[in-house]
Write a protein that binds this ligand. Sequence first.
Ligand code: ATR
Length: 277
Amino acid sequence: MTGETFKKAAVIGWPIKHSKSPLIHGYWLKQFAIDGSYQAIGLSPDDFVSGIRDLVARDYRGCNVTIPHKETALAMADYVSDTAKAIGAANTLVFKDGKIYADNTDGIGFINNLKQGAPQWNASSGPALVLGAGGAARAIIYALLQEGAPKVIVANRTAEKAKRLASAFGEKVVAITLAKVPEVVGDVQTLVNTTSLGMVGQPALQIDISGLPKTALVTDIVYNPLTTELLKQAQGLGLETVDGLGMLLHQAVPGFEAWFGVRPVVNTTLRQIVIAG
Ligand code: ATR
């Protein structure tokens, strides 16, 4: 099954065995009866660049790239989208005529998850508060600004890292420490946790969000557990919440469309498959 019509894509990481991406793309391949495959391939940092070149030579349509390769993927690409450039990392590569096109779909995946899970939500309705200042925070801040957020506050344990991140985006983004969160939540309309706190095996995120307006939306990029303590706390306050699983599902959409030629939809069956897997 290696004829010209057989379309091949993959996810590359190190380690790779816990990746949910094969489940997601496998579901869509089956749903649309596409003659194609999507595999998980483990490549160490030393083997990453040659491994990608090998996929290009073997007529792969492209691949997803995950930890720890997102920066290297960006650096080795022939063409880089404005989004990937701004985020400083690539998670989706498309191969065409021997060239590598790099994009980053984490931010749009975050936004489309909120649009699906909370149709009334609008980034421009007020300031956003982003907890954490790592790679995920960077993608999300970029996307929130693109969607019209008037201001983004980045709160992080390590103040210096939040400051550095904020300064990369200009005056709409300001940095604070986690301890200051209760002082700023009063007019926040979107609160997102991008830290690993609250994830199974990690300490809980201990933060007082009781001062959030009743109209605020609370979301978490942690999806194991699906309903984190932060989301429970928000629900207890009567606030709207969206869990983080949808971000993972929505970030996969543009890659699938580019490689396989069909734009898939994130539905509850896919959610159940990924939860069960
Ligand atoms: P990613 O690229 O996936 O976003 P990361 O770069 O490792 O991951 O960032 C993890 C984020 O979680 C950081 O903001 C980190 O805070 P520091 O910059 O202070 O390290 C935050 N984080 C992780 N463990 C934490 C903890 N125990 N308390 C507070 N913040 C924590």
